[in-house]
Structures are given as C-alpha cells and as structure tokens.
Design a protein around this ligand. Structure first.
Ligand SMILES: NC(=O)c1ccc[n+]([C@@H]2O[C@H](COP(=O)([O-])OP(=O)(O)OC[C@H]3O[C@@H](n4cnc5c(N)ncnc54)[C@H](O)[C@@H]3O)[C@@H](O)[C@H]2O)c1
Ligand SMILES: [Zn+2]
Length: 398
C-alpha cells in the first residue's frame, strides 16, 4: 500500500468502515426454574465468567406475580441459595403487565431510574419476567441504559415463549403508534419455563398458538400436519403437545432470524409477519381488546383466502387452515373487519398503508403458495381483500 503524503492530504477520500459483531444467546427450555436444584439460571449467569458473583435485578410482570403469589419468595430463596454466584441487588420490582407498560414512556423512564438507583452496570443483569409487553419494555430499558446492559428474558405467555421472547426486538408505543420507539438488541439469554404458560388463562394459552400455525404455514408443512394431528390435545392444553408446539415454533422463529439473512430487518421483507398486516390494524381498531394472537389468527385466515383468490394457493387449502384454527379455539370473524373511515375507505386498507410506511421502500407481503411455503408479493388487490372479508363473514354465518 502506498504511504500517504501528509503535505498534500486527499480530503475528498472516502474511508470505508466495516466490522461484524457476532451474536449468540442460549434459549433454554425448563420447568420449575426457581426450584433450588434447577441450575439453568445460575449456569446462564456464569456462562461467560464463572468465578464471580453476578449482580442481578429482577423486573416482574405484576400479572404474573398476582397469579403466582409465591414467585417473589421463590426468587429470593433461589438467589440466596446460589449466593456464591448471584448477588440480588434489590427486591424484585413489580411492573405493570400487558400493553399498559408499553403505552406510556413514564414506565420506561421509571425502570431506567431503578437501574440508575441500583447502580446496574454493563456487567450486571436485568432479568425480565413477564408477557411480551413487559419483555418489550424492559428490553428497551436494558438496551438504552448505559447504551446496553445484559438482559435476560423469562417469558411467561405462550406468545412470548414461542415468538416474541426469542426474537431480537424490543419497543414501546409512542405517538399512538405501536412499537414506534425501540431497538434491535439480542438478549443475553432466554429462559422458557413451561410452568408459567400452564398457569395462564385459557384465552392467552390459545392466542399464542396462532404464531405456531403462522410459522408452520410459511416454513414447515410437516409441523402444520403435526398441529392438525394434535389439535384436540392442544385445544385442551395437554402438557407434552403444548411443550412441543412452543419449542418447535420458537426454533423456527430463531432459524428465520438467525439464518434468514436479515436479523435486524433492514430489507422490506418480513416473512414472520405473514397474516400480520391486517392483524395489527384489527388490534388497534378494537383498542387491543382483541389479543395479538387472536388478530393474527384472523389475519392468517384472511391471507389464506386471499392467496387462493390470487391463484397462488390451491382452493380448499384455506378451508383446511381455517378448520385447524377453529379447532384450536379461534374465532375467525370480527365486525371491525368491515369498519369504514368517514371517507368511506375500509379501515383495514389503511392498515396496509401503515404497514408499507413502517417497512419503507417496496410493499412486501408474504402469502402462501402451499402449506409450508411462503411467497412474497408486492401488490395487494383491494377487491380480493374485500372478497376475502366477505368469505370470512359468510363462513361464520353457517
Ligand atoms: N418484540 C417482538 O418481536 C414482539 C413480537 C410479537 C409481539 N410482541 C408484543 O408482545 C405483546 C403481547 O404479549 P403477550 O401476548 O405475551 O401478552 P401481554 O404481555 O400483553 O400479557 C397479557 C396479560 O397476561 C398477564 N400474564 C403474563 N404472563 C402471565 C402468566 N404466566 N400468568 C398469568 N398472567 C400472565 C400480563 O400481566 C397481562 O395482563 C404486545 O405488546 C406485542 O406487541 C413483541
Ligand atoms: Zn405476531
């Protein structure tokens, strides 16, 4: 390489900076996480540095704490028992569960203040226990305090164990827009304890299964057949099939994120968002009275029918998909699908515009060309959307 002449520097030069940062985090499947003999959490804390006491701060979804009155005591006993490796720097802190924690940034700020007050440093661990909403908000806190402290997620709903918790995103809602503020920040580890989901209410147990149907439809036809075969046992929440459904779904999400070529979503495609463009709109139109998973089930059915109408999917396959979803306990109709704005436009079509705006660039929607095979399209026909809505409505009128 020629040495530079410092007497005549080239000020118009462009230097290209380039580096890669590898990411790696364990996703552990366990039961009874805080039983004294369960070493999952200790082993994860000691994964990089085994011979020290690790400072930890727990932030706990208050809905989970209410459902498990012994949880806080269990956590404290566990940390005391493993005192050679764990230093509990404060009492576990309850935080609001559900969308409330994401809806106002005051909660994010309060949690940042707690990290500040307890001197959480970049080698300490912030451990979030809760549903997807709490994990999203705490993830944002951990990613921004000190520009990023170590964050361990302990998801407690089906949806957060099989989908959101194993991903790399966090966020909170701002300016009336869901997840407007957030970062891509892989966690230090994810610990899925089956006991939490088995203790959930039926509605939330069912809701999270929509993501398993979704990922099976776009990536794994065999998994779809497995879901069909075990639909009865899943609908009655039998433990072994629930465990497999969660684990396989989480694994497929991890594979897409890790090997799909775009973990931080810089392109326009979002294969994991199959069925989601209408689902997001349906959630906001119903002011989140419809759960994310419930809206996704409707979105899956809508886009399956749309795939048939566009000539991509064989007729009859959409019935098969709807039958599975209904068998699992989903309702595939909501009157908000027909809501119109004052200008007469279907509100749902506005959802498509929001989706395009969020992606930036070219509109990319995943549809189906077969069970287990997603396909990307760049245009959506309003007439076929309307026909798909009418079809869903006519099905529920039988
Ligand atoms: N970051 C991502 O990639 C991603 C992906 C999908 C969804 N999400 C987000 O996840 C959120 C939805 O998460 P969710 O479906 O897990 O529900 P949730 O977090 O909204 O929780 C629902 C309710 O269940 C309670 N709860 C949680 N676990 C419980 C348990 N084990 N026992 C009893 N009650 C419990 C909570 O307190 C809350 O009241 C949304 O905000 C959505 O935007 C994020
Ligand atoms: Zn989803």
């Amino acid at each position: 390489m020629m040495s530079k002449n410092i007497d005549t520097p080239v000020w118009s030069e462009t230097l290209l900076q380039r580096f890669e940062v590898p990411f790696e985090f364990p996703v552990c499947f366990t039961e009874n996480l805080f039983a004294l003999q369960n070493r999952t959490l200790v082993d994860v804390l000691c994964r990089l540095e085994s011979s020290k006491r690790h400072k930890v701060l727990f932030l706990v979804d208050d809905g989970v704490a209410a459902a498990r009155s012994d949880l806080i005591t269990q956590i404290k006993n566990y940390c005391e028992h493993h005192g050679e490796s764990i230093e509990l720097i404060a009492e576990p802190i309850p935080v609001p569960g559900g969308e409330k924690i994401k809806a106002e940034l005051q909660y994010v700020e309060q949690m940042q203040k707690a990290l500040y007050d307890y001197h959480v440093d970049r080698h300490s661990y912030v451990i979030a226990i809760g549903g997807g909403a709490v994990l999203d908000a705490v993830g944002l806190v951990a990613a921004t305090a000190h520009r990023g402290v170590r964050h361990i997620r302990i998801p407690t709903t089906v949806l957060s164990q099989n989908d959101s918790g194993v991903g790399v995103k966090n966020g909170a809602n701002l300016f009336g827009t869901k997840n407007y503020v957030g970062t891509f920040a892989p966690p230090f580890a994810v610990l899925n304890d089956l006991d939490f989901v088995m203790g959930l209410g039926d509605r939330d147990k069912i809701a999270g299964m929509a993501e398993a149907v979704k990922v099976a439809l776009i990536r794994d036809g065999e998994f779809f057949k497995w879901l069909e075969k075990h639909a009865d046992d899943l609908a009655t929440f039998k433990k072994p099939p629930m465990a497999y459904m969660i684990q396989r779904c989480a694994e497929l999400h991890m594979k897409q994120i890790g090997q799909g070529g775009d973990p931080f979503e810089t392109g326009s495609a979002r294969p994991l968002d199959y069925g989601h463009w209408s689902a997001h709109k349906l959630e906001s139109l119903t002011r989140y009275h419809v759960r994310h998973g419930e809206a996704v089930a409707i979105g899956i059915a809508l886009d399956a029918r749309y795939s048939v109408l566009s000539g991509l999917l064989e007729p009859g396959e959409e019935d098969r998909i709807c039958f599975l979803l209904e068998h699992l306990g989903f309702k595939l109709w909501h009157s908000a699908l027909e809501m119109r704005a004052v200008d007469g436009e279907l509100e749902l079509m506005k959802g498509l515009r929001d989706f395009r705006e969020h992606l930036g660039g070219e509109l990319t929607i995943t549809l189906l060309s077969g069970i287990g095979v997603g396909i990307e399209v760049h245009e959506i026909d309003d007439g076929n959307v309307m026909e798909s809505i009418n079809w869903l409505k006519s099905r529920q009128e039988y």
